[in-house]
Write a protein that binds this ligand. Structure first.
Ligand code: BDR
Ligand code: CA
Length: 361
């Protein structure tokens, strides 16, 4: 669907918002549901582990995210599902398997989508190197992927533990969208989706308005947002906070750190070089998405939003327009519910300190 103005709907929506007492513009509207999630998550940290499926297009920062997940006591990784994205599917699977092996995790890996729902897979600049892991000849996994399909694994796992399984996705959302298309009722039993995607309230990296994961399959994002599952999203605006980024000094500390650090310092070689060429430090999108789940004290604010994905055949493809709950817009689409919680403030230093300690302690 294209992003069109629906003036009548806008007036109706604005009236409804005012009537329901949500009409104050520019308020700090950290959503109640997100606050509850944060409280629940904090309480859980001392008692029960999150049961998670990780969905990844494993390039180097996905690998960093897998290291955080696999070494976290907060998570019980039920399985890892892979798909195209940063690299072709085969590389994504091998990179995930190798990273899990380095961390001593035997979480099963399932093969998912090879291409987007509708468009052809587009070759974009490979910022992670040709193999997705810095082209350092690091990738020789001892085991292979499981026989089953990623979509079936996601559905079977959620079905067998209704309301308990969460998904962390840090690639295009194609596997999740396929699962929704196949069995929407089962997907309603997913406890929460944690997603790295969208620009947040900042600018894009695939195009000026679109973030890479959404741009890779905007139809999949659209499908997921329309399903209105409980969902927390980390966007590029948080990832661009300078204090979260990896400097040359950080990279050399990782190289002299523990086995995770040594492995990741090599895997980051190409990505780091890519950022250095433009005089920047290296961002960590996917590790930050995992951090939102395992370190809830890092997330200082979330905003309840209605996200509308642009899927038209034009320059806005992959943009996600975020209408904030509590703000009144003069032209607003019809909103059935606010369908995502967007992270809007984080403790950047806490993130970076903890990330570095996973790589060095
Ligand atoms: C996203 O794009 C990929 O390069 C990263 O792995 C991350 O998931 C950031 O836009
Ligand atoms: Ca990724």
């Amino acid at each position: 669907m294209k992003c069109t103005r629906k003036t009548l709907a806008c007036v109706m929506a604005a009236i409804m918002l005012l009537l329901s007492g949500c009409g104050a513009a520019n308020t700090d509207n950290t959503s109640e549901s997100a606050k509850e999630t944060a409280v629940e998550t904090t309480a859980k940290s001392s008692t029960q582990r999150h049961k998670v499926i990780i969905d990844t297009d494993t390039g180097s920062d996905d690998a960093g995210a897998l290291v955080l997940a696999a070494t976290s006591e907060q998570l019980d990784i039920l399985g890892v599902t892979v798909l195209f994205g940063n690299v072709p599917l085969k590389n994504a699977a091998d990179n995930a398997l190798m990273t899990l092996e380095v961390c001593g995790s035997d979480a099963p890996v399932y093969i998912g989508a090879e291409k987007p729902l509708k468009k052809e897979r587009e070759e974009m600049i490979s910022v992670h190197g040709k193999d997705g892991m810095g082209d350092q000849d690091l990738i020789h996994p001892k085991r292979g992927a499981e026989d089953g399909d990623a979509v079936d694994f996601i559905l079977d796992t959620i079905k067998s533990d209704p309301g308990e399984v969460e998904i962390i996705a840090f690639g295009p959302l194609t596997n999740i969208a396929l699962a929704l298309k196949k069995d929407p009722d089962t997907m309603k039993l997913c406890k929460r989706l944690w997603v790295m995607g969208t620009t947040g309230f900042g600018v894009g990296n695939a195009t000026p308005v679109a973030e890479f994961n959404v741009y890779s399959d905007a139809e999949a994002y659209d499908t997921v947002l329309r399903a209105e599952l409980p969902m927390t999203v980390l966007g590029l605006d948080m990832v661009e906070i300078e204090e979260t980024k990896i400097t040359e000094d950080d990279l050399s500390k990782m190289a002299q750190g523990n086995k995770n650090g040594v492995f990741m310092s090599k895997a980051f070689a190409k990505l780091f070089e890519f950022y250095r060429k433009s005089g920047n430090n290296m961002t960590l999108p996917d590790p930050m998405a995992v951090a939102c789940m395992i370190w809830p004290d890092m997330v200082l604010e979330t905003k309840s939003c209605y996200g509308l994905t642009c899927v038209g055949d034009d320059a806005a493809y992959g943009q996600v327009i975020l209408y904030q709950n509590g703000s009144v817009y003069e032209a607003m689409p019809e909103i059935s519910s606010y369908n995502l919680d967007v992270v809007t403030k984080i403790d950047a230093k806490l993130f970076k300190d903890r990330f570095m300690s996973v790589m060095t302690d």
